[in-house]
Design a protein around this ligand. Sequence first.
Ligand SMILES: [Zn+2]
Length: 309
Amino acid sequence: MSDPFLENARSFEGRPVGPPELGADPVNQPMIRHWCEAIGDDNPIYTDPEAAARSVHGGIVAPPVMLQAWVMRGIKPRPTSGGNARDELMAMLDAAAFTSVVATDCEQEYHRYLHPGDHLSMTSTIESISEEKRTALGAGHFVTTRSDYHDQRGELVGSMRFRILKFRPAQTRTQDRPRRPRPALTQDNAFFFEGARQGRLLIQRCASCGVLRHPPHAMCSRCRSFDWDTVEASGRAALYSFVVVHYPEVPAFDYPLVVGLVELEEGTRLVTDVVGVDPSDVCIGMPLELEMVAFDDELTLPQFHPVAS
Ligand SMILES: [Zn+2]
C-alpha cells in the first residue's frame, strides 16, 4: 500500500544534512579535563600525562564518548544560507502535524582513540525515516541521522547514529495520564530499578576496591574489576547542579520540571527530579532528601525534595 507522504519523506533518505562541519578546536587537554570532571571519570589516561605515557596509548587520549563534543557548535547558530535537508524534512513533518520531537536513542562506533591535536570534521546524512508508528507519546515517524567523523587526514575515526521521534502529541487526558517512559533495562542497571521498587536507593560498589559508582556500568574505572555489589544510600544529598525544563513537554511530566544533578552524601551523583519546591527557589548546594515515588505498578523512581528547614 503506497503512502504518498511516506514516499515523499523517504526521498530524503541518503541526503546529506549539510556541508561538513569542522570542529572549532582540535582535540585538547582542557576540554578533556572539563569533561572528565563533569562526568566524574578519573581514569588517568585522559588527564595524567605520565600515567598516560606508561599506558598502551603512549600518551593522553580523549574519552571515546566525547566524539560528538569535538564538532559541537556551542552557542553559535548554524549558518542559514542554503537549504538544509534535515530542516526541510522537519518542516515537512511539522506541516503534517508531527510537531513534537523527542530523542530516542544514540549509538556510537569508535574506530580509534583520539589524541590531542586531532582535528575532526563531521558529515551527517539522513539515513532512514520509519513508517508511521504508534507510540505512548503519539503516532509518529522515527528519523535516523548518521554522522561520520573524520580526522585531519580524512581517516574515519568514529560514527554516530542518532534517532528522534517526530510525533503528533497525544491528546492530554486528565483521567488517563500517560505513563512515564520506561528506563532501558540492562544487566548492569536492573538492580537500581529493582531496588527502587523496594524503596531502596542502591549505589553500585566495586567489590574489589570498594569505590562507588553511578550510573551503573560493568567495570570499575579505578581497578578494572568486573565484580560489584551494592550499598543502600542514606537518602541525604545536596543539589550539585540543575536545569529547569520548560519545553518540549512530555505528557507524563509536570512543567516547569526541575531536573537536578544530586550529590548523595556517599559521594555519587544522579540525575533526578527535584520536587516540592518552586523552580525559582532552587539553588545549588541546597540540602535534599530522598523520596521514592511509585508511578505505576512497574516503575518506582527516586526523587528529591528540599529538607524542611
Ligand atoms: Zn575497583
